[in-house]
Design a protein around this ligand. Sequence first.
Ligand SMILES: [Zn+2]
Ligand SMILES: [Zn+2]
Length: 95
Amino acid sequence: MRVEEKEMFKAVCSDCGQECEIPFKPTEGRPVKCRDCFRKGRPQRDNSRGGGNFRRERRDFDVTCAECGKETTVPFKPTQGKPVLCRDCFKKPQN
Ligand SMILES: [Zn+2]
Ligand SMILES: [Zn+2]
């Protein structure tokens, strides 16, 4: 299988002034960074674990499914008096 080649555009890095190629068309007036500077510009975090995916931690709430009684978690605070369904029951078409 052949990997489709991406079109590369010549640009000059606004950071180090080096000529570089970027996989998107440079927008006029917008600074372009070479791969090195792009990486450098990112906030340095501990990437040793988890691949550096630092999304805000999601809070899950423990609930009991109103349909099957299974214990599950939902990413939102359950409203009192409103039935909460587990993922499976939520996906099931309701009759
Ligand atoms: Zn650069
Ligand atoms: Zn359920």
